[in-house]
Design a protein around this ligand. Sequence first.
Ligand code: DGL
Length: 297
Amino acid sequence: MSASFPVSDSSSSLPSVAALDPRAPVGIFDSGLGGLSVLRAVRAQLPDEALVYVADSLYAPYGERDDDFIADRTLAIGEWLVAQGAKALVVACNTATAQSIALVREKLPIQLIGVEPGIKPAAQQSKSRVAGVLATRVTLRSARFQGLLERHGSDCRFLCQPGLGLVEAVERCDIGSPELRALLVSYLQPMLDAGADTLVLGCTHYPFLDAAIRDIVGDRLALIDTSVAIARQLERVLDQQGLRSPGRPAAPLPRFCSTSDGAHLKQLAATLLHIDTPVERVHIPSRRTVTPDSHAA
Ligand code: DGL
């Protein structure tokens, strides 16, 4: 199953690591439910870590928002997680990483790990030298993504398709309806027709569609999975900082938080991750969401 490629740039403005507690939680954030695909990999890799997950579902999807809105929300949620005691932050959202990780990294006193579409592994693996990329419009138009293509795309042809409607489907827990399937066919068939043999899932929501995608493409497309790589990158960062949690008698349940009612977060976590735990509704104001017309991007 495929997600995205991890990025972790070092920051010189971090406080001394002695100020951070290895028993503190790792914050994981996404515009909505997609980051649960990253949380799943983190739990498998680092079962002793306490996790706080924030779904900004009230404002999802980010993929059609303007850049300032995404940066505003990413910073506000990052600051909120720092206030909750997080020792590191996984920005489990390609769109937020693409638009705002550099800016937010400057302003937060903890290490950030972001995610990027797996262009490099796709270019390494594709035999036909044609690969599809599904990601949000914001991710695809970002300078960060264009830089990835320039650095790693080399002789591979990438067919970049905005996954319009896919985040919304996952947000309502639709991972296999006939309408969703028709949407996926309209995105994937042109890739198959063009000879693609690889598909980059450049949005953390899309791994939850892997069964529907498989149903359409069979084994004609290799799905690039990098959520495990993100978890390993988090492990490296925690090790470098001496911040790995001490062993615990039992793997702690994540703390789930949502800016909306959290019903779909609870449902998706229970059905796909087998984690049955309450979801807290949290209010995380930000500059762009404090006014009455806040829902306008
Ligand atoms: N999971 C987010 C990503 O990886 C979805 C962005 C959105 O809300 O549109 O890009």
